[in-house]
Design a protein around this ligand. Structure first.
Ligand SMILES: [Zn+2]
Length: 433
C-alpha cells in the first residue's frame, strides 16, 4: 500500500526553516567535496552528470520548503500506473496528461512493477492540485524526473547513475557452506555462480570444501556514486585453499577477445565432461548398489542423482550431438548426448527440453539442454545423470576424465604477461585497502 511520508502542512512553522538551512548548506558542501574527491580517485570526467544530480537534489529539497507543497513516496503495486497515482492525489486530468506526455518523451513507461519507487511533490493551489515534481525509479541506476521548467511547462529528464569499474578483492573462510560464507562476505550471487562454474570440473562444493577452507576472488565490480555495487563483471583471479589441494586460476584474454581460466602453469582444469551438470543441486544418490525404493530389491544404481527443484536448468556436461531427446520408459523425459566415439552422457526424469534440443542438434559444454523434473519412475524431483564410456555406464564422480589443452606458444607467452599484470593489480588493490 502507499506510504505517506510527509503530509500536507498548511501551518508551516518558520522556525523550522532556520533549523534546516544550515543542514542544507552542509549537505551541498559535502556533496561538492565528494564530487572533487571522486574525480581525483577515478581520473574520469563525470562531474557533468554529478552536477545534474546535485541540481536535482537541490531543487528537490527547496521544493518541499514551499508552503502549500506536500511530498509523497509511493511503492507501486504490480500493474499500477502513474495515471492512477496522480488521480488519487486529485491532480486534474489535463495536468496528468501534460505530465505523462513529458514523461513519454523521455521514457516509454508501461505498467509499474511491484515496489517500484515513485516520489511526488504536489503543489496545492486555489483551483486544484498541481504536480510540482514527479520522480519514477526505473531500475537501480536510472530514474526519470518530470518538473515544471521556467516557462511553466512540464519537462522530463532521465538521470542515469555513472558506474565506475573497480576491481574488488575478497578473501573468505568457509564456515557453513560456500554459498552462506560468500554471502556473508558480500560476494554477489553472479560471482558465486561464476566461481562455481570455474571450479565445477574439479571441486565438489558439498564434498570437498570444509570448514576453515579459504577462497579468494578478485573480480570486476561496477559502483555507483554512493560506492554501492550495482553490477558485476568477470572473475580475474581466484583461489581455493584446502587441506588436499590449492587451485589458483588466472583469467586469460586470447588475442581474439575470448577468455579462459588457467592455473599459474597455464594448464586448464576444465574437463571434457562436467561432473555436475546442474547448479545448486544436492547429490543424493551415488553410483553403486542400493535397495530400490519402489521395487525393493538390491540393484546397481548406474548413475548419480542430484535433488533439485522442478525446472532447474540442466547443462550439457560436454560438447557433442544429441542422440535422443524424448520419453524413455522409467527414465521419463530423457536426453542422451554423444560427445565422442568413447563418451556419452544421459539425463533422465526431466520436466522439459530446452528450445532446439532434438535428435541431431549440436550442443556446447554448459549449454542448457533441459529442465530437471520428476517424470517416469522417479520418487521425487531430481536429475538422474549417467556417463557412458565405451558403451558401459561408469561412476561420473570418480571417473578420470581427459583435461582441456594447456596454453602453448604465443598464447603461453601472452599469458605470462597477463599473469604478472594481474598479480600487480591485486597488490595495488590490497595496498589501497
Ligand atoms: Zn538415479
Amino acid at each position: 500500500m502507499y506510504k505517506k511520508i510527509l503530509s500536507y502542512r498548511p501551518n508551516f512553522r518558520p522556525s523550522l526553516v532556520f533549523l534546516l538551512i544550515p543542514i542544507l548548506i552542509s549537505f551541498i558542501f559535502i556533496a561538492k567535496s565528494f564530487d572533487q574527491y571522486s574525480e581525483r580517485e577515478n581520473g574520469e570526467s563525470k562531474n557533468q552528470e554529478l552536477e545534474n544530480n546535485l541540481i536535482t537534489v537541490k531543487d528537490f529539497l527547496f521544493g518541499q520548503f514551499n508552503s502549500g507543497s506536500a511530498k509523497f513516496e509511493f511503492n507501486a503495486r504490480n500493474g499500477d500506473s502513474i495515471q492512477r497515482i496522480l488521480s488519487d492525489q486529485k491532480i486534474s486530468q489535463a495536468d496528468i496528461n501534460n505530465v505523462l506526455n513529458a514523461f513519454r518523451r523521455e521514457y516509454n513507461v508501461g505498467p509499474l512493477r511491484k515496489d517500484q519507487k515513485i516520489y511526488l511533490i504536489v503543489k496545492r493551489e486555489k483551483n486544484g492540485n498541481l504536480v510540482s515534481r514527479l520522480t519514477v525509479n526505473i531500475d537501480n541506476i536510472t530514474s526519470v524526473h518530470v518538473f515544471l521548467n521556467k516557462d511553466n511547462l512540464y519537462e522530463a529528464k532521465r538521470v542515469t547513475k555513472v558506474l565506475t569499474k573497480k576491481n574488488h578483492f575478497v578473501e573468505t573462510t568457509i564456515d557453513r557452506g560456500i554459498y552462506r560464507s560468500a554471502k556473508q562476505s558480500g560476494i554477489e550471487n553472479s560471482i558465486v555462480a561464476q566461481f562455481a562454474r570455474l571450479y565445477g570440473f574439479e571441486v565438489d562444493f558439498q564434498r570437498d570444501l570444509k570448514k576453515n577452507d579459504k577462497i579468494k576472488i578478485f573480480y570486476e565490480r561496477y559502483l555507483d556514486d554512493d560506492g554501492i555495487s550495482q553490477r558485476t563483471g568477470n572473475i580475474i583471479y581466484s583461489e581455493i585453499i584446502n587441506a588436499d589441494k590449492n587451485i589458483t586460476l588466472y583469467r586469460y584474454e586470447y588475442p581474439n577477445g575470448t577468455m579462459g581460466y588457467f592455473t599459474p602453469e597455464g594448464k586448464s582444469i576444465e574437463k571434457s565432461l562436467m561432473r555436475t551438470p546442474i547448479n545448486g543441486a544436492k547429490l543424493t544418490s551415488r553410483y553403486g548398489f542400493r535397495i530400490h525404493p519402489i521395487l525393493g530389491f538390491n540393484h546397481l544404481h548406474q548413475g548419480t542423482d542430484f535433488a533439485a527443484p522442478i525446472g532447474t536448468p540442466v547443462m550439457a556436461s560436454g560438447s557433442g550431438t544429441v542422440e535422443y531427446a524424448g520419453w524413455k520408459g522409467g527414465y521419463g523425459k530423457f536426453i542422451s548426448i554423444r560427445h565422442s566415439s568413447v563418451y556419452q552422457t544421459n539425463y533422465a526424469h526431466l520436466q522439459d527440453y530446452a528450445k532446439g534440443i532434438r535428435r541431431g542438434a549440436k550442443v556446447q559444454q554448459g549449454q542448457i539442454i533441459g529442465y530437471s523434473g520428476n517424470t517416469g519412475s522417479s520418487t521425487g524431483p531430481h536429475l538422474h545423470y549417467e556417463v557412458v564410456v565405451n558403451g558401459k555406464k561408469e561412476n561420473s564422480q570418480t571417473l578420470k576424465l581427459p583435461s582441456s589443452a594447456p596454453l602453448e606458444g604465443s598464447n603461453k607467452n601472452l599469458f605470462e604477461i597477463q599473469k604478472r599484470n594481474i598479480d600487480n593489480l591485486i597488490l595495488e588493490t590490497a595496498k589501497k585497502k
